[in-house]
Design a protein around this ligand. Structure first.
Ligand code: C2E
Ligand code: CA
Ligand code: CA
Ligand code: CA
Length: 278
């Protein structure tokens, strides 16, 4: 089966993929950006497939480079992971998302806030304590906070990740398995991970219209997830046809450009409180 969008892999950016010297330079600038916290979070809503209410806002990291412009996370996050910067950056993401969540709550917006956790963060001994501390500090109920962890990270080093999943669950945090379907997990290994949500990778959603294989896979994932009591979110929904197919297959929540692109917190607040066409 052909996966469009390269199976969730990063796109090629000629400007960024250039020689080693450029990579070293970018790394140096990333270190500075991490120290000076030159990052922003954009938020993309997840929508309840039936009511079309906003259920959550996923925080997506943005680095606006003074000269290069917007450096995509697919370029700088792998770099940060390779060079030990992701701990610091990831901590800032959690703090900032909690701060934003508190602000939204005081304004009556009750959606969850979701952050993406890297494997490095999941292996930090005190990651759950850090998250719990920030949730307390910002008076956010843990079940209103989602940690998105990719299937491939969840399946590497299963002892450690399973323990982290369990501790997040015990803390009451909502755990989501991201990019599902690309990591070839077995049903049995998925069952051992206490998660609340499963996100079907964009590559399958993108293929829905053309490929009956993709349709069967998505249908099987939804049924399996529901059997295990997981909510199913489809990411990367771009067309009404994809939306309709996903709703017909029983997906619980939808996310994608069809509904909204990642937005500034202010824009999302307006969008979430606005009357939207259905
Ligand atoms: P992801 O977690 O799978 O996030 C979804 C990506 O798909 C986002 O790209 C989003 O902007 C994009 N997207 C959403 N809807 C659509 C759609 O309808 N069509 C298409 N073509 N794309 C859509 P983005 O923001 O560039 O992020 C890329 C990846 O970088 C994320 O994939 C995630 O793995 C990683 N990332 C982003 N922020 C963070 C972060 O704070 N921490 C960590 N560890 N990783 C992050
Ligand atoms: Ca993805
Ligand atoms: Ca995600
Ligand atoms: Ca994803």
């Amino acid at each position: 089966i052909k996966l469009c969008g390269g199976g969730g892999q990063s796109e090629y950016h000629p400007d960024m993929g250039a020689g080693l010297r450029d990579q070293a330079e970018l790394l140096q600038e990333l270190r500075l950006a991490a120290e000076r916290q030159q990052f922003k979070l954009m938020y993309q809503p997840k929508i309840d497939a039936r009511s079309l209410q906003v259920t959550a806002a996923e925080a997506l990291l943005r680095w606006h480079h003074p000269k290069r412009g917007m450096v995509p996370p697919s370029v700088f996050i792998p770099l940060a992971e390779r060079h030990g910067l992701i701990g610091q950056i990831g901590q800032w993401v959690i703090e900032e998302a909690c701060r934003q969540a508190q602000q939204w709550r005081t304004r009556g917006l009750r959606m969850r806030v979701a952050v993406n956790l890297s494997g490095y963060q999941l292996r930090q001994d005190d990651i759950v304590e850090r998250i719990e501390g920030l949730l307390r500090q910002h008076r956010i109920p843990p079940e209103r906070f989602t940690c998105e962890i990719t299937e491939s990270v969840a399946m590497e080093d299963t002892q450690v990740t399973r323990r982290a999943f369990e501790r997040l669950r015990d803390a009451g945090v909502h755990v989501s398995i991201d990019d599902f379907g690309t990591g070839y997990s077995s049903l049995a290994s998925l069952r051992r991970l206490p998660a609340a949500e499963l996100k079907i990778d964009r590559a399958f959603v993108c293929d829905l219209e053309g490929s009956s294989d993709a349709q069967s896979i998505v249908q099987a994932i939804v049924q399996m997830a529901h059997t295990m009591g997981l909510r199913v979110v489809a990411e990367g929904v771009e067309t009404p046809a994809q939306r309709d197919a996903l709703v017909a297959m029983g997906c619980d929540e939808l996310q994608g450009y069809l509904f909204a692109k990642p937005m500034s917190p202010q824009a999302l607040e307006l969008w979430a409180t606005d009357d939207r066409p259905t």
